[in-house]
Design a protein around this ligand. Sequence first.
Ligand code: GLU
Length: 259
Amino acid sequence: MPPCGADGSARICGRLAPSPTGYAHLGNAWAFLLAWLAARARKGVLILRLEDIDPQRSRPEFAAALLEDLRWLGLDWDQGPDVGGPLGPYEQSRRGAAYAEALARLEAAGLTYPCFCTRKELRLLAAAPHVDDAGAPYPGTCRELNAAQREALFRSGRRAAVRLRCPGESVEFEDALLGPQSFRLEECGGDFALRRSDGVVAYQLAVAVDDALMGVNQVVRGRDILPSTPRQIAPRPTTVSPMIRQASPMTTMPVPPLI
Ligand code: GLU
């Protein structure tokens, strides 16, 4: 069964992607209502995907409450953890094999490097100007370490995150409200993490893989997280097969502020 946006039709495939790290708030309700309308107005397919990748912050009771609240709002979805579907599992916590495969592809293509910077070291950079949700820009400290330096750091017991070696060229995409967008990843936080040093897959990689494999071709998200879009498009060509890549060009739509 091809992913929903990859069946050869121009059908819209949108997604509701709550992170069960707390109870629903007004911002969630607003974003999900607009995502639902944007898909349903064009007879599109909607997938509900639980973004419960962070084991420290995600809780099953929040997931259950979020689904209940979305139903209470009158929203529905065609595929999801509670209704099933051909592209599951629909919980990121159960999709580790797909993320590991994508990371292996990126590593094999030479697009990643281990990063030994500690949280403390990175926090010292926090005073630097940063772009929206991208956090402090990563200055590329570990990008050019040679094999011997990496080996020495591993031997000293340092654990490494895995970062994407971000391409220098711009990432372009169409935003249905803001028009054509062009971002250089340097402006969006630089080389970002694909896997944390504790082994947990990073949010940006999980979303890039899931959106591609599920054929999502329309993403409605808050204006504040627009810089996530280029970071999720950049690794995409290497994370999935060429067939899936061609099938799902992605459009985004920013959610305007509620007030
Ligand atoms: N899981 C994210 C959230 O709830 C979704 C963000 C997005 O990709 O639009 O904030």
